[in-house]
Design a protein around this ligand. Structure first.
Ligand SMILES: Cc1ncc(COP(=O)(O)O)c(C=O)c1O
Length: 382
């Protein structure tokens, strides 16, 4: 797609721009028009024909498994659709073949979803170790690798940190894990949809992401990837009719868990969520993830440039270009953070208060003008 076509498409797909300057994709994205339309069309059928076309519903789910697999270079039987990121992390945390004395390595910047399930393993003798990512003279990847030892069984890390936007090199980490026979579990919610992720290249064993941030999908439906070799090694703790191999056979008392990652989908799928998620993913694919990444990084640079020149604003985290994502967090040196946040809200600027500052997280459809105008509003606030 050429630039003009992309701009035209984005102008159509994001009517939210008529109402708000929406810089909050690291929290919850607005739905693109096509995703809203897909849900409306589905609901219309649901209201007027109930489940008459039920066989199509499972085809929609199958198609989304296949599309997500292609998106991350996995195979469809390694994909499950879950409720959210936390559920995916909990499946790994609760089901991993731990031994007392094992360690899970992670960072000191994680969102609670990628901390609490691991901390909950303490009574099984599994230690959760938080590595300081920012250490003088060391890359964050090296800081993590230096802490790997004989007790380390899993590295559980966010691809992009939610407050700072620090982006980790998954290929470096995946290689280090593979060389040491350490499992690699990636919370990708702040990266998927804004940068390409290839589970093969990065040697990822487990990956999860709810759709409601950079993937532009709805809340409450998440991608879960489990590398084939792990499928049977993760002990199941959720059961139901849908996770068995012959799930159409309600009389099979001698059931087996599905051979595929469907074994993690215990019951009825979130069919409304599937409609919206599939449509949002189609938009990302239509534009192309590399194009999205280029434009989002352009926005990030723009924000850093503006903040560097401003007398009032100060970036809290200034990472090198290769470590940047779609998130920029800044403070105002002359006013209260919460007051500034409320002021921005009143001016219809959607952002978040995170990591001791104001977090801006624009997506591809935001314009330079919107971003500069939002920064000016912040800069001028006293
Ligand atoms: C890094 C990270 N992981 C997970 C989540 C959310 O998890 P869940 O999908 O379980 O709500 C967030 C939300 O802000 C996040 O930033």
């Amino acid at each position: 797609m050429i630039e003009e076509e992309i701009d035209k498409l984005l102008a159509e797909e994001f009517p939210v721009r008529k109402n708000l300057i929406y810089l909050n994709h690291a929290a919850v994205a607005p739905l693109p028009l096509r995703s809203g339309e897909a849900v409306k069309a589905f609901v219309d059928e649901y209201v007027h024909f109930g489940t008459k076309n039920y066989q199509h519903w499972s085809q929609h789910a199958d198609q989304l498994h296949a599309d997500l697999a292609q998106f991350i270079n996995a195979s469809a039987d390694e994909i499950a659709l879950l409720k959210n990121t936390s559920e995916g992390i909990s499946i790994v945390a609760m089901g991993f073949p731990w031994q007392p004395g094992d360690t899970v390595l992670s960072s000191d910047e994680e969102f609670p979803s990628n901390r609490i399930p691991w901390q909950a393993l303490a009574d099984r003798g599994v230690q959760f170790k938080e590595v300081t990512l920012r250490q003088a003279g060391k890359s964050p990847e090296q800081a993590l690798i230096d802490e790997m030892d004989d007790s380390t069984r899993l590295l559980a890390i966010s691809a992009v940190q939610y407050a700072s936007g620090l982006r980790l090199d998954l290929e470096i980490l995946g290689k280090a894990c593979r060389e040491r026979d350490i499992g690699f579990c990636v919370d990708a919610i702040q990266m998927l949809g804004v940068a390409p992720v290839d589970v093969e290249k990065a040697n990822i064993d487990f990956m999860m992401a709810d759709s409601h941030k950079w993937l532009l999908g709805p809340e409450g439906i998440a991608l879960f990837y489990c590398r084939k070799k792990w499928l049977r090694m993760i002990k199941l703790f959720q059961y139901g009719w849908h996770m068995v191999e012959n799930y159409g056979d309600f009389h099979d008392k001698d059931w087996q868990p599905a051979a595929s990652a469907r074994r993690f989908e215990s019951g009825t799928p979130n069919i409304l969520g599937i409609q919206a998620f599939a449509a949002s993913l189609s938009l990302i694919n239509d534009i192309g993830i590399e194009t999205i990444e280029d434009r989002v990084l352009h926005h990030t640079n723009l924000m850093h440039e503006y903040i560097a020149k401003s007398n009032n604003l100060e970036a809290i985290y200034s990472d090198s270009a290769s470590k940047m994502s779609g998130i920029v967090t800044f403070r105002h040196n002359n006013c209260d953070l919460s007051a500034l946040f409320l002021h921005l809200r009143k001016q219809n600027i959607m952002c978040a208060e995170r990591g001791g500052g104001i977090r801006f997280s624009p997506h591809i459809y935001n314009t330079d003008e919107e971003i500069i105008s939002a920064l000016e509003t912040a800069n001028q606030f006293m």
